[in-house]
Design a protein around this ligand. Sequence first.
Ligand code: FES
Length: 93
Amino acid sequence: MEKKPTVQVTFDGQRLDLPEGENLAAALLAAGIQTFRHTAKTGAPRGPFCMMGACFDCLIEIDGTVRQACMLEVQPGLQIARPSAGGGDHDPE
Ligand code: FES
């Protein structure tokens, strides 16, 4: 399999080189990032689970907007952060 060219992004201020066009959640997992957010009530760590837009455990913040990482592709210059308030109203706990 041919290796894709990488582009620079940041995750919580850490520079990462990720393969351009790859699924963002998969690329972050492959880079060793497993915790994408923490729940608002208990602070429990959450990371991608379904990889198809159903569970909302992959919520991240990009340019101030909370989005599902599994529904995005890696693009140059993404400024990614863990959502500060847990990532939304999708937590049962
Ligand atoms: S991993 Fe479930 S919505 Fe993204």
